[in-house]
Design a protein around this ligand. Structure first.
Ligand code: TYD
Length: 215
């Protein structure tokens, strides 16, 4: 399938515990209230094959995983999602909301793991074939606050998909800084919102960014 598309592709990004997934769900509900057809998807995952790859990626026991393996598995799941779900929905004219996309690989594997952004964009060319989000919302959160939220959540649910969010705090600081840098490098596509406020207040900013795109 070619990458010619008619719908809108919006991605949600941010460090651990930023609240981006909650915002995605809220925006999906609002768009549906307005009569839009919305596909909600998430990475790594999104498809049945992607979910199998996700288990390998996030299993807290897989401590020997190398950065390049991590990068290629992220993009393997993404290639499947792009081809099986995202491009077909866009060609039907739908709005696709994706929880994390290539910017996550840029920030986590390219910068925090140190593989470099060029490597990430090279693999992106193969896996995504030119698909770039029309809008990317980065929900920003201070590293300590974000990790506090996530660790609380992991304890409550005895979550095992924790290999990446259990990285040292220095790793997560690099992630946050890289998102801030991305937002300042690409101000047209990437909108930064402050995730430390109430869900309602964050949603107002996110919704305004989405409305600006729709209009
Ligand atoms: P997930 O449980 O979906 O958490 P979150 O709510 O933070 O999205 O875990 C996804 C983890 O995978 C998260 O730690 C970020 C990481 N990740 C990457 O390192 N690179 C990527 O390309 C993607 C999509 C995710």
């Amino acid at each position: 399938m070619s990458t010619i598309k008619r719908g809108l592709f919006i991605t949600f990004e941010g460090p651990e515990g930023s609240g981006k997934s909650t915002q995605l769900r809220r925006i999906a509900a609002r768009l549906r209230e307005e009569g839009r057809t919305v596909l909600e998807t998430a990475e790594p995952g999104g498809t049945a094959i992607g979910m199998q790859i996700r288990r390998v990626l996030l299993d807290s026991k897989n401590l020997e995983m190398r950065p390049t393996t991590e990068l290629l598995l992220m993009f393997a799941a993404r290639a499947q999602n792009v081809d099986e779900a995202i491009l077909p929905a866009l060609s039907r004219g739908e709005i696709v909301l994706c929880d994390r996309f290539t910017d996550s690989s840029l920030v986590y594997q390219g910068i925090a793991r140190g593989l470099g952004s060029e490597v990430v964009y090279e693999v992106d060319r193969i896996a995504c074939r030119g698909l770039v989000p029309d809008l990317t919302i980065v929900v920003d959160i201070a590293t300590e606050l974000g990790l506090e939220r996530v660790h609380g959540r992991n304890r409550k649910t005895q979550h095992v998909e924790t290999r990446i969010d259990e990285q040292a705090i220095g790793f997560h600081r690099k992630v946050r800084d890289a998102y801030l840098q991305l937002a300042s490098d690409e101000p047209k596509r990437v909108k930064l919102v402050d995730g430390s406020r109430s869900e309602e207040n964050v949603e107002k900013d996110v919704w305004n960014a989405v409305l600006a795109l729709l209009n």
